[in-house]
Write a protein that binds this ligand. Sequence first.
Ligand SMILES: Nc1ncnc2c1ncn2[C@@H]1O[C@H](COP(=O)(O)OP(=O)(O)OP(=O)(O)O)[C@@H](O)[C@H]1O
Ligand SMILES: [Mg+2]
Length: 558
Amino acid sequence: MNTLARLMLEHSAEMLMLVEPSTLQIVLASARVASALGYPPEKLTGMPITDIESALQDVFYWEDVKNGICQEVQQQEDQYRCASGEMLTVSKSIRRVAHEGSSLLLVRATLTQDVRQVQDELAHALSRLRATLESTGNGILVIDWRGQVNSMNRQFSKMWALPEALLQTQDDQRILEFIAESVQEADLLRNRLKAIVDPQETTDTLRHNDGRVFEFSSRPQYLDEQIIGRVFSVQDITQRTLDAQALRESHDQLEARVQSRTADLHALNKVLLAEKERLAVLVKELEAAQGQLMQSERMASIGQLAAGVAHEINNPVGFVNSNLGSLQTYVDGMLRLLSAYQQVEADLPQALRDQIAAVKKEVDFEFMRDDITALVSESLDGLKRVTRIVQDLKNFSHVGESEHQWADLEAGLESTLRVVWNELKYKAEVVKEFAGMPQVWCYPFQLNQVFMNLLVNASQALRDKGKISVRTGFDESQVWVEVQDSGQGIAPEHLPRIFDPFFTTKPVGKGTGLGLSLSYDIVKKHGGRIEVNSVLGKGTTFTVFLPRSAPEGAPAGP
Ligand SMILES: Nc1ncnc2c1ncn2[C@@H]1O[C@H](COP(=O)(O)OP(=O)(O)OP(=O)(O)O)[C@@H](O)[C@H]1O
Ligand SMILES: [Mg+2]
């Protein structure tokens, strides 16, 4: 036997034995016989076959063979004895073969246990595969490399609603065409179903004509390196798609709501901010109003005090004045009487004259006589001045005259000037240029306060000494009062703020910054306006304009 034949014999999975019919001895045995039955290979050659085939019917069979009766055997089950004495079930065939003129018997046996095991395992694997295929929720279709449908699970045919009649035809091309036609992406699916040996994996979303949505994926089926088919898997993702869409929509809605709420909040915030600003303005206005109220109340109580003092002084001044008048008359009478006495003095005895001369000297009669008249008239003068001051105070304060009235503002200016005279007299040369303005329908005390503020400001603006001019004027429709000073002037950046409540450039304690704001309000209430003209370092002019016309219902002017 050549080496190639030996090689084949050694690697054959079958047990092969050549038996000499006359001796029943094994002439040649394949390697598989030794390995399956456990005999040493060298022992097998020459061993009687009946040592292995030792069952009773075998012994009879081989006895017949020995006696020249030989029947061929086809796939017969038998028991083979191993070296260990154990019996193994085999499937065997026996044929007669010719060898160099004589005949030999070729025994071929396979261990049925092995085959069964493999068959069993295969059956198990197949059943597992089928069960897996059927139990998956996905539809599975397997097409082989020739384009024929290899297998398809029930889920697949259900998903595609494949008609039973069509399945019965087993016409693969018609079935595949039916599948392709069922979706809107028919061309794409047709191509996918044809591209069996494509090494790529694919995943597509397909829309079934009835509205369902499928995720359709495919992957090649390999046997070793070779692609032998393709597995297609289909999943119904309709609900998932709907859910995703619903989620997207609700997300969009939510976003829109968030945006609209944010916009609302922004708007609200704007309103709140505006409201806050309005409140801040209101609070400022309230503070200003309160300040002005306090200032005007202060002024009112000063007026009241002045008026009270004036009233109180008025009475004693009245009777002192009248008494002084009488005193002057009496003094004149007494002096006349004294002259009469003096004329008869020479007729008196010397002793009496000496006595009188001594008294005269003692009281400094000559001086007294001259001085007494001067004293009385000076006192009367002083009293006149007190009376005027009292009158000025009364004029200035106009207490008890809280009603509108026709008033002479120039007279008001005069009395105001006298009231603040103390403040002005050391610093200012005051020049009055009055035009004889007509009376005005007004609250005189309030306007006097305005004039007082302007005069005090003017005086405070003078550094050392300076000039304050007070002018009046009028035309048909209005009157005006002008207070001009030669003081330091107002810085341009301060000018827009001087009428603001609490704006002051004066040191703490000197100015509250309310004078001009209060004046502005009083003049506005009278239907007038205040104008200011200032040159830094040169001086300032404030002009108060007031309407001449009285409102309807007011008594006619003088
Ligand atoms: N005649 C003026 N010359 C220069 N500056 C003036 C004059 N009048 C007003 N001002 C400026 O305007 C500011 C505001 O004047 P306002 O009369 O309102 O307050 P004030 O005089 O400072 O204080 P208050 O009058 O309450 O005592 C002053 O502080 C000053 O800076
Ligand atoms: Mg002031």
